[in-house]
Design a binder for this molecule. Structure first.
Ligand code: ZN
Length: 327
């Protein structure tokens, strides 16, 4: 099985290219815009397998000899170019594109980030993109559309790869990680902004887990103003990750309100359900809603380059104040 196969199969870009393959109308040049590295890497495998798979179906089998060669990254008719690409590299690409394929009737050139190819090099590609040798297709990715020359775009079929929902990402990551990571997956999916690579980064990131635990430490143990100093220091030690800290804080308070008003099913921080039920007693609905407003204000202030230390101060002081006032 390919990573994220279920999600990638439903992307418009995949469906459209797969239909070109099946109707024998593979284009000379495709440009896919995505800033998600996990998507780029695995979507390119899925598309390449669809191009070469022996089984002519909407989806590649991922198990025939052709598919296996692609998954193991040793297909002789696929040529990868990554990193910075200059004019001399393009000359080599053009030369390679005039050679006959080794084992099939196609030669596919995968450029993993066109954004890393400077304007002169992109210009040099134009003629080849327009009239390549028979059987040649360029499968190009870029993290940012603005890094690609308009003349390259006009010679390519361009697809913007849409981001996924938190729910889709959570479901897909659960297929790949063990049960004990389920709670981290829920949180990572909720705050990754629809990007698989960001969610995966969080899952392999110990500081992220520390931030998560710290949020619950504050909710459970920070009861009176003399307690604030201890947590100020702890949060400040993560001040470079304050944005994520605020996002996790938001999710935890949201969970407390969810428990108050409905069921436990839609709680995200499932491994902290006891803490949440406990906190629920001391945080009224009105306080919860005011705390969510407070966190959003602090997020905005941070976004506009607010001083992290003052954001942490106001967050912790106001949190206790709001909790007390809205009892
Ligand atoms: Zn296959």
């Amino acid at each position: 099985m390919l990573k994220y196969e279920n999600l990638l199969k439903n992307l418009r870009a995949y469906k459209s290219i797969a239909s070109d393959v099946l109707s024998g109308n593979l284009s000379h040049s495709y440009l896919l815009i995505s800033d998600d590295n996990e998507v780029k890497q695995n979507l390119s495998i899925l598309i390449l397998c669809r191009i070469f798979c022996e089984k002519k179906d909407k989806f590649p089998c991922l198990s025939c000899p052709e598919c296996k060669k692609i998954i193991n990254n040793n297909h002789s008719d696929i040529h990868y170019y990554s990193g910075r690409i200059n004019v001399e590299d393009v000359s080599k690409i053009i030369e390679a594109s005039t050679l006959k394929p080794y084992s099939t009737d196609k030669n596919i050139f995968v450029i993993t980030d066109l954004g890393q190819m400077n304007a002169a090099a992109q210009n040099k590609m134009l003629k080849t993109l327009e009239e390549p040798q028979k059987g040649v297709t360029f499968l190009m990715f870029s993290h940012d559309e603005s890094m690609v020359l308009a003349t390259v775009k006009s010679r390519s079929q361009v697809y913007f790869v849409e981001n996924f929902s938190a729910f889709e990402i959570e479901k897909e990551l659960k297929l790949q990680y063990s049960q004990e990571s389920y709670d981290s997956i829920a949180i990572a999916s909720a705050i990754c902004g629809g990007k698989l690579d960001t969610a995966v980064k969080y899952l392999n990131d110990d500081e992220f887990k520390d931030l998560y635990n710290l949020v619950f430490e504050i909710i459970n143990n920070m009861q009176k103003s003399p307690d604030i100093l201890e947590y100020q220091i702890k949060v400040e030690s993560h001040k470079k990750r304050l944005k994520e800290f605020l996002e996790i804080f938001y999710i935890a308070i949201r969970d407390i309100m969810v428990i108050k008003s409905s069921s436990t099913d839609i709680v995200l921080c499932k491994n902290r359900i006891n803490d949440i039920m406990n906190a629920e007693k001391s945080v009224s609905l009105k306080a919860g809603s005011n705390i969510l407003d407070l966190i959003q204000r602090m997020q905005q202030r941070l976004y506009y380059n607010g001083n992290p230390a003052s954001v942490i101060d106001e967050l912790l002081f106001s949190y206790l104040e709001v909790k007390a006032l809205c009892r």
